[in-house]
Design a protein around this ligand. Structure first.
Ligand code: ADP
Ligand code: MG
Length: 334
């Protein structure tokens, strides 16, 4: 259960086509992340799958059946939003139970399902509280609980962690990954944050202006980005992209070097530059290098205890076997 196929799906709002013809296969039990910059069509795509928007053309099938014209309630998908959309006057228990009550399920069955969801989500101690008496993370768990009790074919998450502070986001990220391991239900997760995408996904779908730029596992995208957009988008800090003479030397229009794929020396190396800002994170240092003639700024990741200071002269040498080459269309050259 939870196999979803999009075939030549498009979506226009008025005259504006925000999703050009798009094909996508989501396998049973997969954790799929849609990632891309704000406005690229992630939410629209998720809402099309959920049935909250009508497709302009194309078909969507769920578990082998055409679902293109099915109303949301008949798709057996559960959506979790960034705004938790909880009922403020209801307890946690009642919030989680709500969809089952609406469906007319008998009380004792509802109670069993709510208790089970609350146990999975560590909400048992808060079951009689109201949303106003919960932290942001707990509220988000209640929203997820309300999705779990419906036993959907797939969970759809739209930027569910954006309202949480940074450390809580990391915790919730882990919790959702654990939930996926436990339930083994298909999850589609939308985020603009490539770190969330990399850490959570089995399969990442990179979107730009409604187009799928690449589909692959996190490490496939990291090691073999198919174009300069994916190259620059996936990986933190971002890959350095150089055009001009240096790229031509390598038979390319653009070359890409990740910050972690350069050797650094104070005395010799391929590219000479001047240290701008050095960001000391402890484990690593990110050094932003100017005056290389390659780009306005080159970022290199070095080990935390190397002593580099503002205005030091520095030499960078790329690991040649980890160089990425792209043609005039921005496509990867193998
Ligand atoms: P994302 O979730 O990636 O930030 P959206 O899917 O929300 O992007 O939006 C994609 C594009 O579609 C944007 O240009 C947005 O302005 C437009 N859009 C979304 N919903 C509507 C709507 N109901 N009417 C008109 N334009 C819309
Ligand atoms: Mg969105």
């Amino acid at each position: 259960m939870g196999q979803i196929t999009l075939n030549q799906v498009t979506k226009s709002f008025g005259d504006v086509q925000v999703i050009p013809p798009l094909d996508l296969e989501i396998n049973e039990g997969e954790f799929v992340v849609f990632v891309g910059p704000s406005g690229c069509g992630k939410s629209t795509l998720l809402r099309l799958i959920a049935g909250l928007e009508d497709t302009t053309s194309g078909t969507i099938s769920i578990d082998g059946k055409d679902a293109t014209d099915l109303p949301p309630a008949k798709r057996r998908l559960a959506m979790v939003f960034q705004s938790y959309a909880l009922y403020p006057h209801m307890s946690v228990r009642k919030n989680i139970a709500f969809p089952l009550k609406m469906a007319g399920m008998p009380q004792d069955q509802i109670a069993a399902k709510v208790d089970h969801a609350a146990a999975i989500l560590n909400l048992a101690d808060y079951i009689d509280r109201r949303p106003g008496q919960l932290s942001g993370g707990q509220r988000q768990r209640v929203a997820i609980g309300r999705a779990i009790v419906r036993e959907p074919a797939a969970f759809l998450f739209d930027e569910p962690l954006s309202n949480l502070d940074a450390s809580l986001r990391v915790n919730m990220r882990l919790e959702i990954s654990e939930l996926h391991n436990e339930l083994e239900t298909t999850m589609i997760y939308v985020t603009h944050d490539q770190v969330e995408a990399m850490t959570m996904a089995d399969k990442i779908v990179v979107l730009q202006a409604g187009n799928i730029e690449q589909v692959g596992s996190p490490l496939e995208l990291y090691h073999r980005p198919q174009n300069t957009f994916v190259a620059g988008f996936i990986g933190s800090p971002n890959m350095n992209l150089f055009t001009g003479d240096e790229a031509q030397k390598h038979g390319a229009t653009t070359i890409g070097v990740r910050p972690e794929h350069m050797q650094v020396s104070k005395t010799e190396g391929q590219w000479k530059g001047r240290v701008g800002v050095a960001e000391h994170l402890g484990s690593d240092t990110f050094v932003h290098v100017h005056d290389t003639g390659l780009a306005e700024m080159v970022t290199v990741r070095i080990s935390g205890d190397l002593d580099v200071r503002h205005n030091d002269t520095i030499f960078l040498s790329p690991d040649m076997d980890k160089l990425h080459r792209f043609d005039a269309q921005g496509l990867r050259i193998e």
